[in-house]
Design a protein around this ligand. Structure first.
Ligand code: PLP
Length: 380
């Protein structure tokens, strides 16, 4: 049986050439970038190049890039920085953030800070006027993700950054799902901090970055030998950073083809879905990532559907990988006001450049069979 991997928002494979550029740093180039000898200098040069490549992906300066162990750590550094910088105050976090932002924010709350959730509208968007009303003199930080991992909904980050700047509060955006799928411009949008994860767009797992605007001196999270300009200690994961840099350059070069291919598959898939009885496509009315469809079919819970599709050769997800196996509805859908019985059936299909029209056709047919089976049962 052939198998279709349609869970690219959870983890995409390595992009062309990434493994090749990493291998020398796992084999003969064993130098530590902090060493003064030539092996150290080779490793340092490799880090410098990757830093430029990653900075270019988001239109930032290389000196703004802090390499971390992934998106989760980068988000933790942002939130923990609030407690490091201030004795008290409030953070505003959108209700649809990934747990990698929500959980550190909840810990901050336990440490005595105020945590307020920014609501979203029924399409999953944070409205600038709503945000403006919530910011007050105690607000230390606002966090709104660039694109949501479950629905794919893209926020108007420039408008939200403008609201924050108007009030003199920094905005962090988790761009883990947006990078490699959309043009990201830190300078043009005025975002103050941005987090990335390599494995969502063709780099290896376990590497990411926090990118901080020059005006902001954000505190370190991991302390030690002072690497990454004292902002993230620990010997750098050279091979993975090199792979991250290469993946960043690769996606930037291929973004138009990627978007066109994924959008074609996504639109074709949604045309199929729309023929099915009892279908809901979440956030269909607003701009979404070109590769993501989040939907529910009446009569199916997510886990049953996932298992059935897995048996039939399709790897899809119920939303965030961390949330798989849950019996509670997605907090993202709940925040959008989706009733529990529908939200509990949510299934995410996220495609990549590697997926084909045929795979999507096949999945459409399988879902049609499932939907008809349910309607048949209902009508008996
Ligand atoms: N933020 C978002 C939006 C994500 O989708 C993910 C991963 O699913 C993360 C953060 C965590 O990134 P990492 O896996 O690099 O820790």
């Amino acid at each position: 049986m052939s198998f279709s991997y349609l869970d690219n928002n959870a983890g995409a494979g390595l992009a062309d050439g990434v493994l090749d550029v990493m291998l020398p740093y796992l084999q003969q180039q064993q130098g530590n970038p902090s060493s003064g000898h030539r092996f150290g200098r080779y490793a340092r040069a490799a880090l410098d190049k990757a830093r430029q490549q990653v900075a270019k992906l988001v239109n930032a300066e290389p000196s703004q890039v802090i390499f971390t162990s992934g998106g989760t750590e980068a988000n933790n550094q942002v939130i923990a920085g609030v407690a490091e910088r201030y004795d008290s105050g409030k953070v505003l976090v959108s209700a649809i953030e990934h747990p990698a932002m929500l959980e550190p924010a909840r810990r901050l709350q336990k440490q005595g800070f105020e945590l307020e959730m920014i609501p979203v509208n029924e399409q999953g968007l944070v409205e600038p006027a709503t945000l403006a009303e919530l910011i007050d003199a105690d607000t230390r930080l606002v966090s709104v993700m660039w694109a949501n991992n479950e629905t794919g909904v893209i926020q108007d980050i420039a408008a939200l950054a403008a609201v924050c700047h108007d009030k003199g509060v920094p905005l962090v955006t988790d761009a883990v799902q947006a990078a490699g799928k959309l043009p990201i411009d830190m300078k043009a949008t005025g975002v103050d901090m941005l987090t990335l994860s390599a494995h969502k767009f063709g780099g290896p797992k376990g590497i990411g970055a926090l990118i901080v605007s020059k005006q902001l001196d954000w505190p370190a999270f991991v302390l030690g030998g002072g690497q990454e300009d004292d902002k993230r200690s620990g010997t750098e994961n050279v091979a993975s950073i090199v792979g991250f840099g290469h993946a960043a350059e690769h996606v930037l070069t291929h973004l138009p083809e990627y978007q066109a291919h994924c959008r074609r598959l996504r639109d074709q898939f949604e045309q199929h879905l729309k023929q099915l009885p009892g279908i809901t496509i979440f956030a269909e009315q607003v701009e979404r990532l070109p590769n993501t469809t989040f939907f529910a079919l009446q009569g199916f819970d997510s886990d049953t559907m996932l298992m059935s599709l897995d048996k039939q050769g399709f790897a899809v997800s119920s939303g965030s990988a961390c949330g798989t196996g849950r019996q509670t509805p997605s907090h993202v859908l709940t925040a959008m006001g989706i009733p529990d019985p529908i939200a509990l059936g949510a299934v995410r299909v996220s495609v990549s450049q590697q997926n084909t029209v045929e795979e999507i056709e096949q999945l459409g047919k399988v879902l049609e069979k499932e939907a008809n089976r349910f309607t048949h049962l209902l009508n008996r």
